[in-house]
Design a protein around this ligand. Structure first.
Ligand SMILES: [Fe+2]
Ligand SMILES: [Fe+2]
Length: 175
């Protein structure tokens, strides 16, 4: 990689990080743990066959996931593209496509829950768990791509000021 940080000259003062690169990656990736916890609560409620509680937890998860995706699409991926991310094996369109797939899955879960509320059949519940297993697989791959690709790439190239600006611009910063 021609732009590997190790090959760079010492950073000028303007690039002195105000948010350390490692902490930038950890902060952004930590959001996925918050998301996973909300989804876990949703699935716990499904196991209890408590569709109302499952619906509430899915709504909490959906709001946060959609905000996180908005933040990445708006504040993170444009920087990644500008800095040459499309020349890696994980181009911007891959992240955008996965974000769309994640949103589509979650919208489908909401519709399936509405059906389950009217007809709480074992078959429908198992179908939902099967779809969610596929979703969790996609979600895991997306997580790994951001953990090992997107965020380390950005952390090495953005100035401290830019990293701080990304963190400050987020619509959702975890809960
Ligand atoms: Fe993310
Ligand atoms: Fe993402």
């Amino acid at each position: 990689m021609a732009n590997a940080p190790a090959a760079r000259q010492p950073a000028p003062p303007v690039n002195c990080p105000t948010a350390e690169p490692e902490s930038f990656v950890a902060t952004m990736m930590g959001l996925h743990e918050h998301l996973d916890l909300h989804f876990f609560r949703h699935q716990q409620a499904l196991l209890d066959r408590d569709i109302e509680r499952a619906t509430a937890h899915l709504a909490a998860y959906t709001t946060r996931l959609f905000d996180h995706i908005h933040d990445e699409n708006t504040h993170v991926l444009p920087l990644y593209q500008q800095l040459g991310g499309d020349r890696t094996d994980a181009p911007t369109r891959l992240f955008l496509g996965e974000h769309q797939k994640l949103r589509d899955f979650v919208a489908d879960f909401g519709m399936r829950l509405a059906v389950l509320r009217a007809e709480p059949a074992d078959r429908l519940l198992l179908d939902l768990f099967d779809r969610q297993a596929t979703f969790k697989n996609l979600s895991l791959h997306h997580d790994l791509r951001e953990r090992h690709g997107l965020y380390p790439f950005l952390a090495a190239r953005l100035s401290g000021e830019q990293r701080r600006a990304v963190l400050a611009a987020r619509r959702w910063s975890g809960d």
